[in-house]
Ligand binder design. Structure first.
Ligand code: TYC
Length: 103
């Protein structure tokens, strides 16, 4: 058995956790056949603060590849963005789907 006390081990874990970068989460938008391109560009500009050019590029990437990253955030901000996208999509009658993935 090691001489290290449980307290020393616990202190080491706390120090390690404190020095680690906080986890980041990708907010993904999924392609579908019904949501309009204009609406996805609007979401990327209004909710994710992309420029018109970047929003169009990201939307086209999703349209062609099936999925794309709208932004990368802390867990709480990522969850808020997902909720904002789903509410806006529901209000506009679009089936757009959005999810979080650990980076
Ligand atoms: N595929 C859609 C269309 O042709 C456009 C679209 C792009 C939908 C990205 C969702 O996340 C999406 N109207």
């Amino acid at each position: 058995m090691s001489d290290r006390t449980r307290r020393e081990e616990k202190e080491d874990v706390l120090v390690r956790e404190k020095n680690e970068e906080p986890k980041k989460y990708k907010v993904l938008l999924l392609n579908d056949d019904y949501t309009s391109m204009e609406f996805v560009v609007w979401v990327l500009i209004q909710i994710f603060r992309h420029s018109q050019a970047a929003a169009t590029r990201i939307m086209l990437h999703i349209h062609h590849s099936g999925v794309g990253v709208a932004g990368v955030y802390s867990r709480e901000i990522a969850e808020t963005r997902v909720a904002q996208v789903l509410e806006a999509a529901r209000d506009a009658g679009h089936p757009l789907q959005c999810e979080i993935e650990p980076e």
